[in-house]
Write a new protein. Structure first.
Length: 96
């Protein structure tokens, strides 16, 4: 493993871990009222495309970082859409 791959893995780690607090907060509170569904949809699409790019290039740091980030982002997006279209934004639990 060379220093470029270590740099890539470190970057993947930090950009992926940055999503964890938001995912935990959304999962615990089920509150997504302040989150933008279009923004998370575009982020999820971009992460999925980066994953495909990593697979095509056989680039492990790109694949790992983006798969994990896409799962976290997808979880947040699904909860957001559930509350927006199934439950209704007004019925969303508060953060208390």
């Amino acid at each position: 493993m060379d220093y470029i791959e270590i740099l890539g893995l470190a970057a993947a780690f930090f950009t992926t871990v940055a999503n964890v607090p938001q995912a935990i907060k959304v999962i615990r509170t089920r509150s997504t009222k302040s989150l933008s569904a279009p923004a998370y949809a575009m982020l999820f699409l971009g992460l999925s495309m980066w994953t495909a790019y990593g697979i095509i290039r056989s680039d492990l740091p790109v694949i790992l970082g983006n798969v994990i980030a896409a799962v976290l982002c997808g979880t947040i997006l699904c909860i957001k859409l559930w509350y927006k279209y199934v439950v209704g934004e007004k019925e969303e639990p508060s953060e208390n």
